[in-house]
Design a protein around this ligand. Structure first.
Ligand SMILES: Cc1cc2nc3c(=O)[nH]c(=O)nc-3n(C[C@H](O)[C@H](O)[C@H](O)COP(=O)(O)OP(=O)(O)OC[C@H]3O[C@@H](n4cnc5c(N)ncnc54)[C@H](O)[C@@H]3O)c2cc1C
Length: 442
């Protein structure tokens, strides 16, 4: 219980019910050394996880946050399990791009909605007060730059104010703010935004008045597999296990195993800003384990083609080009390690161990923006920093409101960096605020 810790917390949420991008997400949270990972017999370490985060960002991710988040996230996940009964499972059928071990944690439903429901139940259990339809529009400062109150609008447009000893900004990034996206992320400005409409960049906008520093504003999570008809996520697991992306000319155009975030830009640069995700029956089986995919399939996004001729007709491309594309050279593992750049280079630097078998299943996809990864500069306790690197006395930021751990570009995003920042950042900020409140007395 929060009151046992000597803290009275109030969450202000702009919507009628809290959901955010977390509920829209797949809900997969990466972590090493959790109880769930140990139960599954998976050997992993925090060092290996940190190295993967940093390696995906080519060493450019904020080191103090990579370290703090990779240490904090197993504590957050285990605390949700032990104190709030959240059941976690580790996805162990395939490795997400850049992860050296199985470490994606999901709740039973394997959806972001399931995760959000579990978090809301945990909040209720902890007797946290959640005020919906409270859209925060104003931060009130004293002469020393401390936050003394927060102003929020109510459904009848009236403004209300609440005093505070400490404030955590957890209002995510600026994915829904077209102007900020055009300014900071022009490469993805014309893409569909799949995140929450309420992520309008409030923290970035407030940073100016506060004198808070912004970092990594060029980083974001894109996704190269957004089903065009139904508008839903097509799991990247199928690409990691042998599926391919094919453009309107019937050709592959990138190495799909690099990561789904940078794949968004690759897909958007193809004719018509679109591509086809092509798989076979074996991969369809794998995909049907993902609720988002099942939903897309129900809505008619998955097209069955008996052979290469039918697939060429669907894509409206030359059958010979497509046939050459799908009959890629096959290597065994030893060859792949010894000679990764020979035939692999021709096939966009990817080495295949098998070919897709007919019938084929194809999904028409485009590139989408999922969320932004740049934001308020914070220290390892998630305290917001000003432009001289000094921490504000009573202001914290967690999740997408703060800079992430993906460096400063789209290719730096390791799968799960979004919820890693949200869960680990929330955990660290809450601990730091609790200490702050206790040190102040009431
Ligand atoms: C389709 C999709 C799939 C994804 N899948 C994954 C995944 O599997 N794993 C992963 O790690 N990441 C994933 N992500 C990214 C992940 O969803 C985000 O990184 C994460 O949800 C960010 O959490 P948050 O708490 O910062 O923001 P949110 O969950 O968006 O919460 C912010 C909340 O603040 C509220 N708010 C905003 N402004 C105000 C204001 N001024 N006043 C009051 N309330 C306000 C919003 O209404 C919202 O409820 C995915 C994203 C998308 C779009």
């Amino acid at each position: 219980m929060l009151k046992d810790l000597g803290v009275e917390a109030l969450v202000l949420e702009r919507d009628a019910a809290a959901s955010g991008s977390t509920a829209l997400s797949s809900g997969f949270v990466p972590s090493a050394q959790t109880l769930a990972q140990k139960r599954a017999g998976i050997k992993d370490s925090i060092e290996a996880f940190s190295a993967d985060v940093q390696s995906k960002a080519h060493g450019s991710a904020a080191p103090h946050l990579v370290n703090a988040y990779c240490f904090a996230v197993p504590k957050a996940i285990d605390a949700l399990e032990l104190n709030h009964g959240v059941e976690w499972h580790v996805l162990d059928q395939f490795l997400y791009p850049g992860h050296s071990q199985y470490r994606m944690h999901a709740v039973n439903e394997k959806t972001g909605e399931g995760l959000m429901n579990a978090l809301l139940k945990a909040a209720e259990r902890a007797e946290l007060t959640l005020l919906n339809q409270a859209h925060v529009l104003e931060l009130v400062l004293d002469s020393q730059g401390n936050i003394v109150a927060v102003g929020f609008s109510r459904p009848d447009q009236s403004m209300e104010y609440v005093k505070t000893q400490a404030l955590i900004l957890a209002c995510n990034g600026f994915g829904a703010n077209e102007e900020l996206i055009r300014e900071h992320l022009p490469a993805i400005a014309n893409a569909f935004y799949a995140g929450h409409h309420g992520n309008d960049g409030a923290a970035v906008i407030w940073s100016k008045g506060l004198g808070a520093a912004l970092m990594d504003m060029g980083a974001y999570q894109g996704h190269g597999s957004w089903a065009m008809g139904p508008g839903s996520l097509i799991t990247w697991a199928i690409m990691m296990q042998g599926g391919v992306q094919i453009n309107a000319k019937g050709e592959r155009f990138h190495n799909e195993t690099q990561g789904y975030s940078e794949a968004a830009v690759e897909v958007l640069s193809q004719p018509g800003s679109q591509a086809w995700a092509v798989i076979d029956a074996e991969l369809l089986d794998l995909a049907m384990g993902f609720p988002d995919f099942v939903q897309a399939q129900k809505l008619g996004a998955v097209k069955r083609c008996e052979d290469i001729e039918q697939l060429a007709k669907l894509i409206a491309c030359d059958v010979e080009v497509l046939s050459k594309t799908l009959n890629w050279p096959i290597h065994d593992e030893a060859l792949a390690i010894d000679q990764p750049l020979q035939d692999g280079k021709l096939a966009h630097a990817r080495v295949f161990k098998r070919r897709l078998k007919p019938p084929y299943f194809a999904i028409h996809v485009t590139g989408a923006l999922f969320h932004t990864q740049g934001g308020l500069s914070i220290d390892e306790h998630c305290r917001v920093l000003n432009s001289s690197g000094q921490a504000f006395k009573n202001l914290w930021a967690a999740g997408g409101a703060a800079r992430g751990v993906s460096g400063n570009a789209v290719w730096g995003y390791l799968s799960g960096n979004g919820l890693l920042s949200a869960l680990a950042g929330g955990f660290l900020a809450a601990q730091s605020v609790t200490q702050h409140i206790r040190s102040q007395g009431s």
